[in-house]
Design a protein around this ligand. Structure first.
Ligand SMILES: Cc1cc2nc3c(=O)[nH]c(=O)nc-3n(C[C@H](O)[C@H](O)[C@H](O)COP(=O)(O)O)c2cc1C
Length: 173
């Protein structure tokens, strides 16, 4: 039985990629999460909101900014009650205004992080990891942090070896 878990959020559909609006059939972070799973073996939990974000990219940008300002905790379809069975938790999501989307925190806040190892991965369009590590440290108290990985969203599908290498090494650092 694996002691690895991937918790991820990803929004397929309209997104901003290399200066244009593109309709993504599968979200960038979901692709990255699958690469992690293929390389190290892991259970997987997808964070899904009860209320969908706007399909339109610019409307979604506004919704996300409002949620960040309000420190919103959107309701999720399902919650993980605990992570007792796991030692290593990959937390993966897109960069939304410099940090993870608020629904990621809706889930993370409910868990006991004492002595769990966190490996953060963020996909982005230029902000890198933003302030996600700072925000995770605030919310996941007692966790041990491994080095995070930022992946340019437009490059995710050709980054399997980079993501797999990072995932394998992250257990030891
Ligand atoms: C609401 C919203 C806010 C975003 N904010 C940022 C940002 O602040 N910095 C950045 O580099 N990219 C930003 N992006 C781009 C996404 O982080 C990037 O396209 C990511 O790979 C999307 O992952 P996903 O397909 O898994 O949702 C934003 C995208 C959306 C939809």
């Amino acid at each position: 039985m694996t002691t690895n878990l991937i918790i991820y959020y990803s929004r397929k559909g309209q997104n901003y990629v290399n200066g244009s609006i593109i309709d993504l059939p599968k979200g960038n972070t979901k692709i990255a999460a699958e690469f992690i799973q293929n390389s190290v073996g892991s259970d997987m939990f997808e964070i899904e909101t009860v209320k969908d974000y706007a399909t339109d990219y610019y409307d979604c940008i506004d919704e996300a900014r409002n949620e960040l300002r309000a420190k919103a905790r959107p309701q999720l379809k399902n919650y993980l009650d605990n992570i007792d069975a796991y030692e290593n938790i990959f937390i993966c999501g897109p960069c939304w205004w410099g940090t993870f989307p608020m629904p990621v925190f809706s889930q993370l806040e409910r868990l006991n992080w004492l002595n769990k190892k966190i490996m953060p991965l963020m996909t982005h369009e230029g902000s890198g990891l933003g302030v996600c590590e700072r925000d995770l440290k605030k919310i996941c108290s007692g966790a041990i942090f491994s080095k995070g990985l930022a992946v340019h969203g437009a490059d995710v599908s050709k980054s399997e070896s980079i993501i797999a290498d990072w995932a394998k090494k992250s257990f030891d650092r």
